[in-house]
Design a protein around this ligand. Structure first.
Ligand code: HEC
Ligand code: HEC
Ligand code: HEC
Ligand code: HEC
Ligand code: HEC
Ligand code: HEC
Length: 444
């Protein structure tokens, strides 16, 4: 007997060898598994490409600078993929002869940047990412999920890739097992035929114990993976955009009227918290500005128009102020505004704004996105551990330069790095080098 047959004999040949008898079924199953892994590969690449190229202006389900890309293929000329390639490669050129995109330009104002460097398969990958994350979201909505968008953190992307490799390896092993079983059962049949042995009727695959055990274990592993992932994602809320008691627009204030972020969030320069400004700060201007006339039209999430003047009146009712001739301000009638907090790290994490904004010279927008373009603030970053760590691995600190005394003086004490820089052993110092990935720096 062949050694392979011996191995499979242990598993009881009668039951295990003949399952999924028709070859067509096996081929179909393998093909299906390939299809699944292929589309997830596409979606993974697509996610990275989307984040790198498109995310600054597009979201899947929200208007950012350009339109929401959900359901893209059912609009305009985009059901034809070739048209989409042409558009992404050269929007101004495409627009010249296409009324649909001219209409978009009129609606959105900005013009999309050209991406001549993106290949057709890369654009396919982006579309496939858009489609999968749109359908994920639809699923989330039917199960009452929060509007949290794509939760996978940058850090988990690595474990996601690990999962992908694990998936591919298991797939290959499964295929090898199938082929071996198939070879084995054919050999068995041949030898049976030759020796004229008549075997009892084969056990159908759904009653085959090995098959059932295999499926059960598979379900257990896959289920465990998603439960774990879901548990880590609990409390994360990328994309969170609650309704605030006053429709206060950052676009109007920080964008159109160019008010510096630190005018209202000055604490970010000095302390751990950026903090929300008190109503006194609003009243510095709104004692005088009691109507909203000059700025752009405002809309809420459901595209209902907002009356800016009425929103300023709400501010007055919170502050106890009566505008107009003979204006009165009665602080005893004032009541605090219950702004809904959007960004929320768990209690076990220490995060300090001044450390990043002042010492690290990180722009607010790097972490909070284009706030000056948002009417209502939306959580831009994941605020996951992977997100913090990835930036610490890449970002250089403002290291002290002994020659011209530039840079952050605090770092003059790092003798070893100064020597290494001098000897050319390192060319820059990252946050990781100064300990920015040590657990106790971020965890209480
Ligand atoms: C600089 C901002 C910007 C970037 C970056 C950008 N877009 Fe756009 N996109 C727009 C704007 C604005 C429009 C609306 C048309 C116009 O005014 O040019 C648009 C329109 C589109 C449309 C048509 C949408 C519809 O509703 O029919 C598609 C598709 C599209 N973009 C895909 C992409 C892809 C894919 C990427 C990344 C490779 C990308 N865009 C990157 C700004 C951008
Ligand atoms: C005129 C005052 C003012 C200015 C200027 C201003 N903000 Fe705000 N900001 C607020 C108020 C009020 C809130 C709370 C209401 C809200 O969330 O929209 C807020 C909320 C936020 C939040 C969300 C806080 C949370 O709940 O997690 C972020 C982030 C933020 N601002 C960042 C910025 C950035 C970045 C800039 C500069 C581009 C800026 N702000 C400019 C007044 C201001
Ligand atoms: C530095 C001056 C300044 C400060 C401080 C300021 N605003 Fe404004 N606000 C403006 C200007 C300018 C407009 C636009 C008026 C126009 O376009 O007619 C405006 C418009 C508004 C509007 C109507 C448009 C919209 O965003 O819905 C509201 C509501 C408003 N402000 C609330 C606030 C609140 C709440 C604060 C305090 C957190 C605040 N403002 C602080 C200058 C200021
Ligand atoms: C390195 C990333 C990073 C940068 C840069 C940054 N923030 Fe934040 N911001 C965060 C995180 C993380 C939170 C959540 C903090 C928490 O929950 O303890 C936050 C919270 C906030 C809040 C909510 C109130 C609070 O203090 O928790 C406001 C407002 C805010 N940031 C404004 C700003 C402004 C304005 C700037 C620029 C001057 C800025 N942030 C720069 C990461 C950043
Ligand atoms: C966009 C990049 C970026 C992100 C995102 C970021 N950081 Fe940082 N972080 C920096 C930089 C730059 C410094 C160095 C500041 C300095 O020079 O002291 C720093 C420093 C720190 C330090 C001090 C490290 C040390 O060794 O002294 C802590 C703690 C820290 N960050 C926590 C966090 C946490 C927690 C998060 C996530 C919620 C986060 N950071 C997200 C860029 C970032
Ligand atoms: C740069 C800052 C930073 C460093 C360094 C860091 N963490 Fe975290 N960690 C975070 C943040 C932010 C969260 C919250 C993530 C969330 O809300 O999902 C977190 C969450 C966690 C959690 C809860 C599980 C989760 O993912 O939510 C554990 C456990 C943890 N960290 C362990 C560690 C250990 C162990 C180390 C050292 C190897 C470490 N952390 C280093 C920022 C950091």
């Amino acid at each position: 007997m062949l050694p392979i047959q011996e191995i499979f004999h242990i598993l009881d040949p009668k039951e295990s060898m003949i399952f999924l008898k028709p070859i067509a079924k096996r081929v179909a199953l393998i093909g299906f598994l390939f299809f699944i892994s292929y589309t997830t590969v596409l979606a993974q690449d697509g996610k990275q490409l989307f984040q790198a190229n498109c995310q600054s202006c597009h979201a899947v389900d929200k208007v950012v600078v350009g339109p929401a890309l959900e359901g893209l293929e059912s609009r305009g000329p985009w059901s034809d993929r070739k048209e989409l390639y042409k558009w992404v490669h050269n929007p101004p050129g495409y627009m010249a002869s296409n009324a649909y995109t001219q209409g978009l330009k009129a609606q959105y104002g900005a013009l999309m940047t050209p991406f001549p460097q993106l290949t057709d398969p890369q654009i396919d990958a982006i579309v496939s990412y858009i489609n999968t994350s749109a359908s994920d979201k639809a699923k989330g909505a039917t199960t009452g999920g929060e509007p949290s968008g794509d939760k996978a953190a940058a850090g988990e992307q690595q474990s996601g890739n690990g999962g992908l490799i694990f998936g591919i390896v298991s797939l290959v092993l499964a295929i090898v097992a199938f082929i071996l079983m198939q070879v084995n059962s054919s050999l068995k049949k041949l030898s049976d035929d030759k020796e004229n042995i008549v075997r009892p009727e084969a056990v159908p695959f759904y009653r085959n114990k090995i098959y059932i055990a295999f499926v059960a274990i598979l379900l257990f592993i896959v289920g465990g993976y998603f439960v774990g992932k879901g548990a880590i994602g609990l409390g994360r809320q990328e994309g969170y955009q609650p309704k605030q008691p006053i429709y206060y627009s950052h676009k109007v204030h920080a964008g159109v009227n160019q008010i510096n972020c630190l005018y209202c969030h000055g604490n970010a320069w000095e302390s751990k918290h950026a903090a929300i400004p008190s109503l006194n700060i609003c009243m510095n201007c709104h004692k005088a500005i009691n109507t909203y006339e000059k700025g752009p039209k405002l809309y809420d999430e459901d595209h209902n128009e907002i009356n800016g003047t009425a929103e300023i009146q709400k501010l007055y009712s919170y502050t106890g102020f009566k505008p107009g001739p003979g204006a009165v301000w009665d602080p005893s009638k004032a009541k605090p505004i219950a702004w809904v907090k959007i960004h929320n790290l768990p209690d076990h994490v220490y995060f300090n704004h001044s450390q990043h904004v002042r010492a690290g010279k990180v722009q607010c927008q790097t972490c909070h996105g284009p706030i000056q373009e948002m009417d209502e603030v939306r959580q831009f970053a994941k605020l996951s551990m992977g997100w913090c760590i990835n930036c610490h691995r890449e970002s250089k600190v403002d290291f002290y330069n002994k020659k011209d005394s530039s840079g952050n003086k605090f770092y003059s004490i790092y003798e070893k790095f100064h020597n290494d820089l001098k000897n050319g052993k390192m060319d820059s110092v990252t946050v990781k080098d100064i300990g920015g990935t040590e657990c106790q720096k971020c965890h209480y």
